[in-house]
Write a new protein. Structure first.
Ligand SMILES: C[S@@+](CC[C@H](N)C(=O)[O-])C[C@H]1O[C@@H](n2cnc3c(N)ncnc32)[C@H](O)[C@@H]1O
Length: 287
């Protein structure tokens, strides 16, 4: 396996995913009852963007965000990144999704983080050692998903974030994982990240998935390059099944703002649209 998230940490796709994730956790915490956060592809948790050779991608991501962000979601995310950097005493440290969530958990919440590569899982153990409500497992996240669902709390957020090294296979496994997660836990909030290399491919992946999901589902996309250009990664997509109340409304405010910060060439854009509307019907076209 060649994929190492260190090369991509803090890039525009990470920022998109992590702002959305933190916003979802904050919404879940508006209710007192605890929840399970389950992540199938967790990575090593903490990254150092100080190594310029490894981390050039953060220049199109976190490095473009400064004090001029305005929405509450972007401000909260930047606050988490800055607090992490202060704790690490490293101005170039970057928190992966496990740490973005771990620092937000309350005593009644818990997290299970799955990572298949042993060295990454060991680093993750160290990165979350200070959080007693967080457990790390070194295993295949697609395989282990079903072992944790439904959670005893009957509230939960699942993040499925594969590397897409083998794009088609990870896409198929991610789609099957969503269907299986919903079969076991129909009310769970399930978030899947997908790459936009060519819009035609991501659109057909979504179209094939839609009839297999009978719950409300929201698509959130951010692209920095035209979605049919030959850049390695043109855009970042999130499918959010069972989105909490007002997720779409809030996202329509913060996502275009995020795009304005990241898109310095004027070739980018955003889309927030239902894949399946709240009424359970497949929504027509793009919104
Ligand atoms: C995109 S990275 C995760 C990034 C992380 N979610 C974040 O946002 O900070 C994908 C991770 O999945 C791991 N991985 C690959 N295949 C896996 C599998 N089948 N099960 C669990 N982890 C896997 C890789 O080693 C890599 O660390």
């Amino acid at each position: 396996m060649k994929y190492r998230h260190s090369f991509h940490a803090g890039n525009f796709a990470d920022v998109h995913k992590h702002v959305a994730l933190l916003a979802l956790v904050s919404t879940l915490e508006q209710k007192e009852k605890g929840f399970l956060y389950l992540e199938t592809h967790a990575g090593r948790g903490a990254y150092d963007l100080g190594n310029a050779a490894e981390n050039a991608e953060s220049r199109t991501g976190i490095d473009r965000l400064g004090d001029d962000v305005s929405s509450e979601e972007l401000t909260r995310y930047l606050g988490v990144v800055r607090a992490f950097r202060a704790r690490q005493r490293n101005p170039r440290a970057y928190p992966g999704s496990p740490l973005i969530v771990a620092q937000a958990l309350r005593p009644q919440d818990r997290a299970v983080l799955i990572e298949r590569v042993a060295t990454e899982a060991q680093a993750l153990e160290r990165a979350v050692a200070e959080y007693p409500r967080v457990r790390v497992e070194c295993a295949d996240g697609f395989e282990r998903l079903r072992a944790y669902l439904p959670p005893a709390e009957r509230r939960g957020l699942v993040l499925i974030d594969p590397p897409y090294e083998e794009s088609r296979r990870d896409g198929e496994r991610a789609a099957d994982a969503i269907v299986e997660a919903l079969r076991r836990f129909p009310t769970g909030v399930i978030v899947v990240w997908y790459p936009i290399k060519h819009a035609r491919d991501s659109e057909s992946w979504l179209a094939a998935l839609a009839p297999r999901i009978s719950r409300e589902a929201l698509v959130s996309e951010l692209w920095l390059y035209p979605r049919d250009s030959r850049a390695a990664l043109n855009g970042s997509g999130l499918l959010i099944v069972n989105p909490p109340y007002r997720t779409d409304e809030r996202m329509r405010e913060w996502l275009p703002q995020l795009c304005r910060h990241l898109d310095t060439r004027g070739t980018g854009g955003t889309s927030v649209r239902p894949l399946i509307s709240a009424a359970g019907k497949k929504a027509p076209g793009r919104g």
